[in-house]
Design a protein around this ligand. Structure first.
Ligand SMILES: C[S@@+](CC[C@H](N)C(=O)[O-])C[C@H]1O[C@@H](n2cnc3c(N)ncnc32)[C@H](O)[C@@H]1O
Length: 227
């Protein structure tokens, strides 16, 4: 797989979206689940938070400002360039295996396929923040995603994950519907899974409304890797 991943149809779709500016998933404000749960996710004295499929989320500078070291993984070079330019972050860029690595104080971004990133290269992480990562992946990749995420975590580490629940007969993903049972059964092999809340987002996305969805909920989980 090349860093651009154009030989994979899903990768080509994401790269096309970034090239054409179809990034409706990007939020201008720091995510509310993250601000609400940050103290449960990482200790006040810092730690390393992995953000798989990170896009150019504004959650990254927010976490760095809290003295957390962030490791992001993102396929699209355009997203990584925008992230650095929009936050005036200067990075040293190197090519390491299949990844381009952007390093700056408190932040390392691996630009390439998350599934091709070797956890031993990153080292043990204290937490994972998953907003719109698992729900960006088709069903056939999500089991492998859970297994791969867990390989990055030290024992006792936490995952804050936001899933999405809606009637899949009315809309095709991404974002995909990821039922509570799928999160619980996937992660509970390695971790304790606690559902921490739900939020009605039915009117929050014009596509949900156009697709005739009358109920869309975010469901947030705090997942703790077994010691
Ligand atoms: C729905 S967006 C979410 C981005 C970010 N988490 C946020 O909250 O804004 C999913 C992102 O994952 C990236 N992506 C998709 N498949 C990937 C893969 N296999 N490895 C790394 N990044 C991937 C896409 O380019 C896209 O930026």
């Amino acid at each position: 797989m090349t860093p651009d991943g154009v030989d994979d149809p899903n990768h080509a779709m994401w790269l096309g979206r970034w090239d054409e500016g179809r990034i409706g998933f990007h939020e201008p404000l720091v995510n509310g689940w993250l601000t609400h749960c940050a103290d449960d996710l990482v200790h006040a004295d810092g730690g390393v938070v992995l953000i798989p499929l990170c896009g150019k989320t504004v959650d990254i500078p927010w976490l760095i400002a809290r003295d957390v070291s962030v490791v992001g993984v993102e396929l699209a070079k355009r997203a990584v360039e925008d992230l650095h330019a929009e936050n005036r972050i200067e990075a040293a860029v190197t090519t390491e295996g299949a990844q381009q690595v952007w390093r700056s104080p408190g932040l390392t971004i691996y630009q390439g396929d998350f599934f091709a990133l070797d956890p031993s290269v990153v080292g043990p992480c204290d937490a994972v923040w998953d907003r719109a990562a698992m729900i960006a992946l088709p069903p056939e990749q999500r089991g492998a995603y859970v297994e791969h995420v867990m390989r990055f975590l030290r024992p006792g580490a936490r995952v804050l994950l936001v899933a999405l629940v809606y009637d899949e007969s009315k809309m095709d993903g991404p974002p995909y519907a990821v039922p509570t049972a799928e999160v619980e059964s996937g992660f509970s092999r390695h971790a304790r899974v606690v559902k921490i809340g739900t939020r009605d987002v039915t009117t929050g996305n014009p596509r949900f409304v156009r697709s005739g969805l009358d109920e869309v909920h975010e469901v947030a989980f705090l997942i703790t890797a077994r010691e």
